[in-house]
Structures are given as C-alpha cells and as structure tokens.
Design a protein around this ligand. Structure first.
Ligand SMILES: [Zn+2]
Length: 267
C-alpha cells in the first residue's frame, strides 16, 4: 500500500485485500489520500500480473475505463442524489464485466449524499452483490446516517506524518473513537431492532470499547429524560438494561452476546 499512508491505516486497508467483499467507509481529513487508497486497492485486487501496472486491468484502471471499477461522484450539483444511487443499483444488478474480477464501487464524497440517497443505499451496503466491494469516502463520519454506518466497516485515515507513538495521534484517534461511540449511542434509540443487531455485530467485531459505549448510552438516556423526550418508566427500563450490560461485561460475557441482549432489552 502507498507509502503516503500512515502505517496503521495502510495495515487496515491492506487487510481488505484478504476479504474484499462488503461495505467500508474510508474517513478522515481532506487530502490525506483516502480516494487514492481506494483506487489503489481496486488496482491491487484486480491486477493480473506480477509486475505492477503492466497488465490489462491495471492499464484500464489507470486510464479510467476498467468496467468493474464504478465511481459515483459529484456531477453538476453540490450533492449526490438518489437518482445516482438508483443508477448505481441498476448497474450492479448486472454481472461483473470481467470474469474473476473484484468489482469495486467508490462513492466519493459520501458526506455529500442526501439523506434520501443514503437511505436508498442501505440495501446495497447491507448485502452487496457477489464479488463486490463498496467504498464510501468521507471526511466526516458524522455526516453519514447511523443506519449507513452500522452497515459498514469504518477505517479512519491517520495523518502519515504523525508519529504513531505521539500523544496527538492517540488523542485524535481517541476523539474519533469517542465521537463514533457517542453517535452510535445516539442512534440506538432511532433504530429498528434489525439495525440495532447489525450495530451490535459491528461493535463486537471491531473490538469497540463497550464499557464506554454503555456509558455514552447511559448519558444519552439521562439527557433525554431531562429533556422530557423519554418518560421515567422507559428511562428505567433502559437504565436497568444498561446496568445488566455493564455487569455482563465485567463478568466477561462474550461481547456479541452481551450486546445482543442489550439491544433486545431496549426494543
Ligand atoms: Zn496489473
């Protein structure tokens, strides 16, 4: 993977080559190389030869005419429309053009997808067609609906010039992790049980800090109670469920089991 990327980020992106099917979000500051990494990944996944950039697929990708690399970007408007998503879905209903290729869809900037367009994407993100990888490229994870985020693996792009041991890197990742958890917590109440279970699966598989997730959800319940958005009885149900969740984590109950129980109790 490109030397421009921070080693931590490069490792995460490289890991996608082992299992390049599903939906991911590349997010992080502008100009850090998210789109470049997405294109490079598409190239690596489809290269036919040992010598980089010499094979038919590499040359087609370089020239922008590889049929199984589909990019959705801004046209003449400031946002990505639901029509563009519908066009994409129609294109993906066809088989990949090249036998054996990994079809890669790059949606960039995904933060400019309208809410309607994001909703129209949910089914695709949840279950992409065979041999297809969907990459959403965004500066701000928070610009994407919780329902979109719960269906994707998110990779945060750390600046290449930051020392991995520096406190600043740790801080920015910490802040990012906290923001993600807070957003997940805020989203739980608006989600269907199905979405909550998807979120549970993702949190369990990404090794998120679940005690902190519980704490974020706890703060959220108190805030909603104080704002009269939640009645005392519902708040009690949630707080009891969160207390049981906390005890289960302390008792080393498997993350996924504890999360799924919590989501079921909140429904
Ligand atoms: Zn090649």
């Amino acid at each position: 993977m490109s030397a421009r990327l921070h080693p931590k980020t490069a490792t995460q992106v490289d890991a996608l080559r082992e299992h390049p099917f599903g939906s991911v979000i590349f997010h992080g500051p502008r100009g850090i190389g998210k789109a470049g990494a997405a294109r490079e990944l598409a190239t690596r996944l489809n290269c036919l030869g040992d010598e980089p950039a010499k094979c038919t697929n590499c040359r087609q990708i370089e020239a922008g005419n590889f049929p199984d690399l589909i990019t959705v970007g801004l046209l003449d408007k400031a946002s990505l429309s639901i029509e563009q998503v519908r066009g994409l879905t129609a294109a993906l209903a066809l088989r990949p053009f090249t036998a054996g290729s990994v079809r890669v869809v790059i949606i960039d900037p995904a933060d400019q997808l309208t809410p309607e367009a994001q909703n129209a994407l949910l089914k695709l993100l949840e279950e992409p067609p065979p041999r297809t990888l969907v990459i959403l490229v965004a500066q701000h994870l928070g610009a994407l609906l919780v329902t979109v985020r719960s269906r994707c693996q998110a990779i945060f792009f750390v600046r290449a010039d930051t020392d991995p041991s520096s406190a600043q890197t740790a801080d920015s990742q910490e802040v990012d992790a906290q923001l993600s958890l807070a957003a997940d917590a805020a989203g739980v109440e608006a989600q269907t049980l199905f979405d909550r279970l998807l979120l549970a699966a993702r949190l369990a598989s990404t090794g998120a800090d679940l005690e902190r997730f519980g704490e974020a959800l706890h703060r959220r319940v108190i805030a909603r109670l104080e704002a009269n958005e939640l009645d005392a009885s519902s708040a009690n149900t949630w707080l009891s469920a969160l207390e049981r969740f906390r005890l289960q984590l302390r008792a080393k109950v498997t993350a996924r089991v504890a999360l799924e129980r919590l989501m079921l109790e909140l429904s």
